[in-house]
Design a protein. Structure first.
Length: 295
């Protein structure tokens, strides 16, 4: 698309499952970043959960991420999309990124078999959610304490942004999740929560996830790299038997099945590596399938 200072925004689905699924992101590779208001308006016009704007700054790329209604400090799936776009334009490489609050690296590969990218997140930390916040979040999603998996207690998990993790012991209960967008937006704004990370552990190294993003004006994302990294850091803090990596399947309940691979190193607090495939989306109306999702 062109608009708002003639910004050319590519549309790329990150963490796709073959030729399907993934989370669409906008990517604009520019000579210099425009004013925040211009980027915000362009992101709103694109309508995806995030659009990444990148411009050279010294030996790195200065990157800012905008949801339709707010700027966010870090977005995993838009970073994967950006890594894929940079690899297509400049060849396979590791690209240094300078974000609002952290410096990270994304690696991109573009070949005949498809495009793939991997990011290393900002440093991670986690802490218990607290009884009041956990109870309020359970009420938002019409859940009860009995729905929770006691092996993974409610927590705030961070990997560049804060995510509230709620682990459910039943996969069908996860599939049935619904909530009121405005109530979710108010809670997220009050608590500084970027997404709600609702998960189910099918096995120690395989998870199903849903990620409401109401503070960004998005009911649900089909793939969320930042939340995946934060979950990886939290599992490490818990001493979960992850064996060094986990697979996250997300977006199934939206009709946009996505796959995220998460590599978890042994050092507490270090960044988590998240990998996924990426595919180009044709046309300005390309959007994720499924009810309720905007990207």
């Amino acid at each position: 698309m062109r608009g708002h200072m003639d910004l050319l925004v590519e549309r790329i689905a990150a963490f796709s499952d073959g030729a399907l699924g993934g989370n669409p992101a906008g990517v604009a590779i520019l000579d210099a970043l425009p004013d925040a208001a211009v980027m915000q308006a362009a992101a709103a016009e694109v309508g995806y959960s995030e659009t990444a704007f990148a411009a050279p700054e010294g030996s790195a790329w200065r990157v800012r991420y905008f949801a339709p209604s707010v700027e966010v400090d870090f977005c995993g799936h838009a970073t994967i999309a950006l890594g894929a776009a940079l690899a297509r334009r400049f060849g396979d490489n590791a690209f240094a990124l300078r974000l609002n609050r952290a410096d990270i690296v994304v690696q991109g590969w573009a070949g005949e078999a498809g495009t793939r990218a991997a990011l290393v997140s900002p440093p991670t930390w986690s802490q218990p959610a607290g009884d009041r916040l956990a109870a309020t979040a359970l009420d938002l999603f019409a859940l009860s304490p009995e729905d929770l998996d006691p092996r993974i207690p409610p927590a705030l998990a961070h990997a560049g942004a804060d995510h509230l993790v709620l682990a459910l012991h039943d996969r069908a209960r996860l599939a049935a999740i619904r909530y009121e967008l405005e109530r979710g937006r108010a809670l997220a704004a009050a608590e500084g929560i970027t997404t709600f990370s609702l998960i189910h552990a099918e096995a120690p190294r395989r998870f199903h996830a849903r990620n409401p993003f109401p503070i960004g004006g998005v009911y649900e994302d089909p793939a969320t790299g930042a939340a995946a990294a934060a979950l990886g850091g939290y599992l490490r803090d818990l001493g979960w038997p992850h064996g060094g990596s986990i697979e996250i399947v997300q977006g199934e309940d939206m009709g946009a099945r996505s796959r995220l691979m998460v590599e978890i190193g042994p050092v507490a607090g270090e960044g988590v590596r998240v990998l996924g495939d990426a595919r180009s989306l044709a046309g300005p109306d390309a959007a994720p399938a499924g009810p309720g999702g905007r990207g």
